[in-house]
Write a protein that binds this ligand. Structure first.
Ligand code: PRP
Length: 178
């Protein structure tokens, strides 16, 4: 897989160290609250697995699968729910766990959707954010790393469903997508 990569943007060690910090911060902030971790398939699988294991105590998780449609691009902001939550989130303190906030359109829709279900609170933890790609400002309470507006893969992020299992976050070598 290494020959397909151009540059490592965030190493495996840096990811785990940062997720450990975020987990401690989250645990402190949610004391006395009814925390529910909500992952968005599929990219968030790895972040969820490592973030929740870094929490000092127990917290439940649930998952949503969504699909953007309407414009032909993946982040149209028009979203269809493919798999909804199993949990009634009324009065729960929901923390959405994401791999990346790119344009922000997906997250903006999810936050509005979950808030409309009378959750007590809806916040976001995202491993990566691309500030220069934002089309809509989304309040992301917990951010792992801000990265440049480049196409990245690894640690849940894919190119044609590949590279999600890479342990770091990296840019792809041009020969892969040209
Ligand atoms: C990615 C990522 C976010 C979204 C961010 O998901 O997991 O959900 O894109 O993009 P945005 O900020 O521009 O809306 P994707 O649709 O690629 O699905 P995946 O998680 O299955 O890879």
């Amino acid at each position: 897989m290494g020959a397909d990569l151009q540059e490592v943007l965030v190493s495996e060690e840096a990811i785990h160290a940062r997720l450990g910090e975020l987990a401690r911060e989250i645990w402190r902030d949610y004391q006395g609250k009814d925390l529910l971790l909500v992952g968005v398939l599929k990219g968030a699988v790895l972040v969820m697995a490592d973030l929740m294991r870094a929490l000092p105590g127990s917290a439940p998780m649930d998952w949503m699968a969504i699909s953007s449609y309407g414009s032909g691009t993946k982040s149209s902001g028009v979203v269809r729910i493919l798999k909804d939550l199993d949990t009634d989130i009324t009065a729960k303190d929901v923390l959405i766990v994401e791999d990346i906030v790119d344009s922000g359109l997906t997250l903006s829709w999810i936050m509005a959707n979950l808030a409309s279900r009378r959750a007590a609170s809806v916040q976001v933890c995202a491993l990566l954010r691309k500030p220069d790609a934002a089309k809509v400002e989304v309040p992301v309470r917990y951010v792992g790393f801000e990265i440049p507006n480049e196409f990245v893969v690894g640690y849940g992020l894919d190119y044609g469903e590949h590279y999600r299992n890479l342990r770091c976050v990296a840019t792809l070598a041009p020969h892969v997508y040209r």
